[in-house]
Design a protein around this ligand. Structure first.
Ligand SMILES: *Cc1c(COP(=O)(O)O)cnc(C)c1O
Length: 235
């Protein structure tokens, strides 16, 4: 089941990429395994999936214990600064940087461990008061602030638009994230010579996200099925 779902999604990403004149190799799938047991991840791994997304740091850390470096873990949840240390020890990428406090906290542990960490800044493009992420107007100052914290390697931007059942309604949000990334690049705050990552699109709207330039797509339900209501692994 998981294998078949992955195959379907990857081939559909490929198709949409071709139709939008994009190289499918530029688009990576993040399998959102939050609340699913390690056995589900093992099944996806066996089918060739490497990157997994988690949104509870404790749960991610437990899964890391089991899976070691066979997987790449992207953190996509709301990160508290008192979990910064565990996040640094656990994750390959944190997609949800949205305030100076978390930048400072992560940098402290990265310095201590003499390490670097790939990160994305989460932008609340819909300016939805119920969603985390920095509003577009404040993105520039956060990105400028982050220049003093070089152990966080800023790779790009992430967004989660307001939920709608019609994927077309997400399009302007995805587009806005891409335009914002281009603007930040022009100001010298993002990208440099490296490719800019745009993490956007979920199970119901990833086609639209690919058309609008997504390089990381976060898909849970369409791979693993309906999520269990409460975390399977919490410590
Ligand atoms: C849970 C989650 C997803 C995956 O959502 P699905 O609808 O199951 O594909 C993607 N991004 C974030 C930030 C999430 O928390």
């Amino acid at each position: 089941m998981i294998r078949q779902n992955l195959e379907n999604i990857l081939s559909s990403i490929k198709e949409v990429a071709h139709c939008s004149n994009r190289d499918p190799a530029d688009i990576k799938l993040v399998a959102v395994s939050k609340r699913f047991p390690v056995s589900a991840i093992e099944e996806a791994l066996a089918a060739g999936q490497i990157i997994f997304g988690e949104n509870y740091i404790q749960e991610a850390a437990e899964k890391r214990q089991h899976l070691q470096d066979r997987v790449r873990l992207h953190f996509i949840g709301n990160l508290q600064s008192n979990k910064a240390r565990l996040a640094v020890e656990t994750c390959d990428m944190i997609e949800t940087i949205d305030r100076p406090k978390i930048v400072k906290a992560l940098h402290k542990y990265l310095e201590r461990l003499d390490r670097r960490l790939d990160v994305l800044v989460q932008v609340n493009v819909g300016e939805d008061p119920h969603k985390s992420g920095i509003v577009p107007n404040e993105a520039e100052s956060l990105l400028a602030y982050m220049r003093d914290f070089p152990r966080l390697r800023l790779r790009g931007l992430m967004t989660m638009p307001p939920f709608t059942s019609d994927p077309e309604l997400a399009r302007p949000h995805f587009r806005r994230l891409r335009l914002l990334s281009e603007e930040m690049k022009l100001r010298g705050l993002l990208g440099g010579n490296a490719k800019i990552e745009l993490s956007m699109g979920m199970s119901h709207d990833y086609h639209v996200a690919v058309q609008e330039g997504a390089t990381l797509i976060r898909i849970g339900t369409a791979i693993f099925g309906q999520r269990p209501p409460a975390p399977v692994i919490r410590s």
